[in-house]
Design a protein around this ligand. Structure first.
Ligand code: FMN
Length: 305
């Protein structure tokens, strides 16, 4: 029987399944519910320097095969998450801070202050698709390189990077070369696929309001793209850089597929939004029963057709 135990950024985890930054992880009540759930890590909503209300509503819609959102980073501001840290640590599992400053100087301020807290690791979000007038840093290789250079120089915590989905091998190679130069602890693949459009044919309008209806999609729609990104970065990155798979996970079998492709841990976004934190015990049990039938770790058995 293969064990579910894993590690990411040097942190031992009982099992690989925890929440993606964004869904149901903004307030202390939501984070407490994650602490009490079967999730193996608590990851909080991407924080900015100042608190943000985010974009106008409707800005999130559940869809049959996933979700669309354009939240615009509504969060309490980093100082609130700093204050919560001792209480979040009482749940006895690692805590990761997602950081998404609007400017490099904001990220520097936030990371400097996180250095002095109990947080176990940082996930630097280079891939928010829903900020009006702000392109995703992760699609600008020069800017990504400069941001990582500056943040790695000051971070005393293990640093992970949340990446957007890439669609061309040359972009995977460029980003991998940037990451391989540095002591990045992990990458999380992927953020929402940005700028999708869902329309209501009855009402003849877009289903969300911000940005002309354009939003990031998650869930079943993006699992193949997420698996492609996990696999490609597994092939290209140094083996000491962990890969956290994110995209389309709603069952234990989805977790297994991400791990087969190269993930050491996985995050659940849309399904947490739909089902609430009890999804973690269900998915973990499903994954456990798959692993109990396996004699070897899935990574050792992956093969091309
Ligand atoms: C409502 C909502 C809010 C999100 N907010 C963030 C965020 O603040 N930071 C971030 O890195 N990703 C954010 N995401 C993206 C998710 O973390 C995840 O990468 C994406 O939804 C794909 O996973 P899924 O298919 O399980 O939903 C958000 C997603 C949703 C649905």
């Amino acid at each position: 029987m293969e064990s579910m135990k894993t590690s990411i950024a040097g942190m031992p985890l009982q099992h690989p399944i925890f929440n993606a930054s964004g869904p149901k992880c903004t307030t202390f009540e939501e984070l407490k519910a994650l602490g009490e759930s079967a999730a193996s890590v608590i990851l909080h909503k991407s924080c900015t320097l100042e608190p943000r209300q985010g974009n106008p509503e409707p800005r999130y819609v559940d869809l049959e095969l996933g979700s669309i959102n354009s939240m615009g980073l509504p969060n309490l501001g980093y100082a609130e998450y700093l204050k919560m840290m001792p209480r979040l640590k009482t749940f006895g599992k690692p805590v990761i801070s997602s950081v998404s400053g609007l400017y490099l100087s904001d990220n520097i301020t936030i990371v400097r202050e996180l250095n002095e807290t109990l947080v176990d690791a940082i996930e630097l979000n280079l891939s928010c698709p829903n900020l009006v007038g702000k392109p995703q840093v992760g699609y600008d290789m020069e800017q990504s390189d400069a941001v990582l250079e500056a943040i790695m120089a000051i971070s005393k915590k293990p640093l992970g990077v949340k990446l957007p989905p890439y669609f061309d091998f040359v972009h995977f190679e460029q980003m991998a070369a940037i990451l391989n130069k540095r002591h990045v602890a992990f990458v999380t693949c992927v953020n929402s696929i940005g700028n999708a459009l869902f329309v209501d044919p009855e009402k003849e309008c877009t289903i969300i309001k911000p940005k002309g209806g354009f939003g990031g999609i998650g869930g079943d729609y993006i699992k193949p793209t997420a698996l492609g990104n996990v696999r490609k970065f597994y092939e290209l990155l140094r083996k000491d850089i962990g890969i956290v798979g994110c995209g389309g996970i709603k069952t234990g079998m989805d977790v297994f597929e991400h791990i087969l492709c190269g993930a050491s841990a996985v995050q659940v976004g849309t399904q947490l939004m739909k089902e609430g934190p009890s999804c973690f015990s269900r998915i973990t049990n499903e994954f456990n029963s798959i692993m109990s039938r396996k004699a070897t770790h899935p990574l050792a058995t992956f093969k091309e057709n």
